[in-house]
Design a protein around this ligand. Sequence first.
Ligand code: NAD
Length: 507
Amino acid sequence: MDFLQETGIMARQSGVSTGTKWLAGEGGDIESFSPVDGKRIASVTAATSVEYEQLIRTAEAAFLQWRTVPAPRRGEVVRQIGEALREKKQALGRLVSYEMGKSLQEGLGEVQEMIDICDFAVGLSRQLYGLSMHSERPQHRMYEQWHPLGIVGIISAFNFPVAVWSWNAMLAWVCGNVCIWKPSEKAPLSAVACQRIAAEVFERNGVPEGVSCLLTGGRDAGAWLAEDKRIPLVSATGSTAMGQSVAVAVAARFGRSLLELGGNNAVIVSRHADLDMALIGTVFGAAGTAGQRCTTTRRLIVHKDVYDVFRDKLIKAYAQLRIGNPLDERNHVGPLIDTRAVQSYLRAIEACKAQGGRFVVEGGVMEGAGFESGCYVKPCIAEVQPGMPIVQSETFAPILYLMPYASPEEAIKIQNGVPQGLSSAIMTLNLREAEQFLSVSGSDCGIANVNIGTSGAEIGGAFGGEKETGGGRESGSDAWKAYMRRQTNTINFGSRLPLAQGIQFDL
Ligand code: NAD
């Protein structure tokens, strides 16, 4: 496994770092097991609360310097991080794939996403624009500018163990912030590898320790960030339960949170759809990454006129899915992250059956040679009613719920009729239907696509969702504004002091 050596992964290493300095990590060891083969890869030490204080102090001191570096200079450093990621793409992509269990193509794709966001952030570093306004008062100038916030806490989930950090960190850095990253305890090695890459570039550029900090630990470490008044922004990606806890803690101290939480994404397959295209989009969306994307297609709402035909196509396509080692590029579906995820998959199948669901493609756990980790499951499909409790919740596994509809209005009602609001799609060649879906009375999600599945997104757009998905937006468009504070400035260059709204105040 050359990729372990190339990414500097040792049998045991610290997971607590201010940059090039690595603290002991006396909070205990986190073992990283690969869901691919069940083998222990290595262990990473977690932070104590005392070590956490050290990270905060170093980050606070670093912010005072980093914020004064001109934004385009900060962008230049981020450009070099992008170059370093290009050099390490193969090794890091393999590590992500082996530690998390996604296909090699997707592991490499995740690193490519990091490179892309670096490029985006470099351009952005010269475009942190504020507006200028016309003052109502004579000889006054009014404009706004954007300043960095300070320490940005980043809590990330296991399924995108490196890309989510980069979406946040690269933008936060060009904006002038410093970051403390609490990665998922289910994929700490990928985080250690990224921290090394970034720290090396920072050191080469004379950037102080503390601009990039790594805080390995469990949910307690995440809660430290959420409760800490010294952290003006906490960007948290993960389950809705985690988001609820983080949102309350951050709001209680008047901090800001940027929440990227669970999805329950649907594709509407119209009777006007190109069914072959719809098939590829939905099968990749539902079974790809073993159903462990926040944008995974979980519900399929199919027009009654094409329902039987499309269901049969799906059944045939699912029969062709090859389940197995994700590093072998012939396989379509890799493992779930761990055996707890397998249990939750099995529980959801039982609940679905108990609530009246009928499986047209049966699920189950794979056994035998190549499946020793116990984490490989069969992607499955159930015919359901939209209101069933199991259909309303996100199970992070490849279970697809199939349901018919009669009118576009009904399809949109079903699509919107869940607590989550991340990604949505309609497959149709009918202009009216497509526009209705995208209109104000259409999808209520943060992402709405036409003739593209729900899964996956480009970094150029703002990424995130509504309702229980948390409302945050990351990555492209003007998502950078979340990492800065807006200041309105009014300057009087005249010799009188007129008050706004014409108010008179004479002494
Ligand atoms: P998780 O909620 O179990 O953990 C995510 C992170 O939050 C981890 O780092 C964990 O240690 C931390 N954490 C957990 N509870 C916490 C608490 N109370 N306070 C502070 N930190 C806490 O999620 P997971 O199993 O790693 O990831 C899967 C979930 O993430 C799914 O629901 C998926 O939809 C969601 N997700 C959402 C997006 C998005 O952009 N919307 C992207 C990726 C994943």
